[in-house]
Design a protein around this ligand. Structure first.
Ligand code: GLN
Length: 600
């Protein structure tokens, strides 16, 4: 096993995660098997209890691990399935060490950060790196480790110390350190400034880590003299300094690294020179170019709570993008703040109310994502109602499915106070109820989490067709509430179809309105398994329905076609990039490496 450590300097938000994933893609394209580990030096055990406002979305893995969203990047870029242990946090390491101490495993010794915490970190890395994640047997060849935060953070000190020791432990030729840094350009002189990178490399060296490769974020390619200066002051060979300059979409990053021969530099450090093959990235190249050149828009409203921060819905955005590219459409996302659709807002802030409804009424399809807590729920219910009544394609995910059921009960069965007990515990008509196995007192890791079977019960449903007429699917879950089994019959009689259920047949997994062009709700989160070349079927359905092409993708042969190949050799004529009214609707501006500094 060989390791590539990716650290970050100067500022946060440089796109370390995307860079690390792209290095993985490049090495995979060289014929190597790649896994990854993300280290988050915060004290939370996992990301499950963290607000999407602070850290972006919580990503959910097959094993139910609630992890940092960077693991989503790794899964999507490398097409792998990670485990909860692939996300290391300070909380997990301390919990592990303290549990050992309580058991008496340290035999009376004083338990300290060095060596006990640092040893635990190294053992964890070695253990997890050996877990196969690509469906093949045996450990991967390379483990890409991303250290969260910025060099110099107090929190990451034990990890830096552990990684310094680890590089000795695995030995030269088995460890490569890529330091991602920033080279700003000062407007006044227009000069690329190397000083911040010099300082950050000095900091890194001071902590005992020696960079082998510098990956410099900048708006444009680094000038030759700037590279020479960096090489001289940072003691890194010229051919090991790369620029990650702004590109139209993040799928270009592996290509950028390949063009600058990063694979050769990494192979040299890892003693793989001459062993690995030339990277083949044809599919990536055509997809990246295709994405840049799409010009027929498909406009989707995402009606959510965290609409000011696109990272809060990162996997949804990616899944929409994958599906749009598969349908050869340019994705335009209109973020609609759910509470702005509510009556209250009409009184308090009529302009926001008008703007939200105007946005909603201008889209081709509506997506209501998952969520917790009652803020904006009534707005989401109104969005579902609007889509149902006006035959606008609708996809509800988790809470989005629950609100669709509530809306149906209210409008179609006239149960005006129908609600979820999450929002109104004493509702007379609880359509959505707390699941018996959940915990009301402990929030961390107590939901119905991870991959569970959904068995299709209505064979000719749209969702079954979109999933290629499989008898069941394994999608990832993250919820505490479910459709009330006691109300299912009544809802069905009124025309709501439950197209898939869990193995017991008691838990509803997919709802559909058969007499609507496309109205589907899923209790699970299909977005977590969407991949660039393999769009998630329900997202593909939403996008296709939104551009009037649902029949094409529901035909099993053409779904297959869409899923396996969305990369024609020819590219489209470049279209103009339209900026949406609220300023963040063009997904390419939320897609990182564009418009100045990286998002993700
Ligand atoms: N709050 C709802 C539940 O716990 C929905 C969760 C979600 O959307 N992820 O069931």
């Amino acid at each position: 096993m060989k390791y590539v450590l990716v650290t970050g300097g100067v500022v946060s938000g440089l796109g370390k995660g995307v860079t690390a994933s792209s290095i993985g893609v490049l090495l995979k394209a060289c014929g190597l098997r790649v896994t990854s580990i993300k280290i988050d030096p915060y004290l939370n055990t996992d990301a499950g209890t963290m607000s999407p406002f602070e850290h972006g979305e919580v990503f959910v893995l097959d094993d139910g691990g609630e992890v940092d969203l960077d693991l989503g990047n790794y899964e999507r870029f490398l097409d792998i399935k990670l485990t909860r242990d692939n996300n290391i946090t300070t909380g997990k390491i301390y919990q592990h060490v303290i549990a050992k101490e309580r058991k008496g495993d340290y035999l009376g010794k004083t338990v300290q950060v060095v060596p006990h915490i640092t040893d635990a970190i190294q053992e964890w890395i070695e253990r997890v790196a050996a877990i196969p994640v690509d469906g093949e047997e045996g450990p991967a060849d390379i483990c890409v480790i991303e250290l969260g935060g910025t060099i110099g953070d107090i929190e990451s000190a034990p990890f830096i110390e552990a990684l310094g020791q680890f590089s000795y432990r695995v030995g030269t030729g088995n460890f490569c350190l890529v330091h991602v840094s920033l080279v700003p350009v000062l407007n006044v002189v227009g000069e690329q400034k190397t000083k911040p990178t010099q300082h950050s490399v000095r900091g890194l060296r001071g902590l005992g880590l020696i960079p082998d490769i510098l990956a410099c974020r900048s708006t444009k390619a680094l000038e030759e003299n700037v590279k020479e200066k960096l090489a001289q002051f940072c003691h890194v060979p010229l051919e090991s300094i790369f620029t990650l300059y702004d590109v139209p979409n993040i799928w270009h990053i592996p290509l950028l690294l390949k063009d600058q021969k990063a694979h050769l530099a990494i192979s040299k450090v890892l003693n793989l020179a001459g062993i690995v093959k030339e990277p083949s990235l044809e599919e990536w190249t055509s997809r990246a170019e295709l994405c840049d050149n799409l010009h027929v828009p498909v406009r989707i409203a995402v009606v959510g709570k965290y609409t000011g921060l696109s990272d809060a819905y990162l996997s949804i955005l990616k899944a929409l993008l994958h599906a749009s590219v598969a349908c050869r459409k340019k994705l335009v996302v209109d973020w609609v703040p759910a509470c702005d659709l509510e009556k209250e807002t009409e009184k308090e802030n009529p302009n926001a109310y008008k703007a939200a409804w105007k946005l909603l009424k201008g889209v081709d399809g509506v997506l209501v994502p998952g969520g917790f807590g009652d803020r904006g729920v009534e707005g989401k219910i109104l969005a579902a109602k609007y889509a149902r009544e006006n035959k606008i394609p609708f996809l509800g995910i988790c809470l989005g499915m629950q609100v669709a059921v509530i809306e149906f009960a209210r409008s179609v069965i006239s149960l005006v106070d129908a609600n979820s007990t999450e929002f109104k515990p004493d509702t007379k008509h609880p359509c959505i109820v707390f699941m018996p196995e959940g915990s009301r007192t402990h929030m961390g890791g107590t939901m119905r989490l991870g991959s569970r079977k959904s068995i299709f019960t209505v064979k000719d449903s749209k969702s079954a067709k979109l999933y290629g007429n499989k008898s069941f699917v394994d999608e990832r879950h993250r919820h505490r509430y479910e459709v009330n089994p006691d109300m299912v019959e009544r809802l069905e009689k009124a025309g709501l179809s439950f197209a898939a259920k869990d193995e017991t047949g008691k838990r509803m997994e997919i709802v559909e309105l058969p007499n609507h062009p496309f109205f589907i709700g899923a209790q699970f989160h299909p977005e977590y398994k969407s991949r660039p070349g393999k769009a998630s079927p329900l997202f593909l359905g939403l996008i296709a329905a939104s551009c009037g092409e649902l029949d094409t993708v529901m035909n099993p042969a053409s779904v297959h076609q869409h899923l396996i190949s969305n990369c024609p050799k020819s590219v489209f004529v470049n279209g103009t990039s339209k900026k949406a009214p609220n300023g963040m609707a063009d997904v390419r501006y939320n897609n990182g490496y564009c418009n100045g500094l990286h998002t993700r």
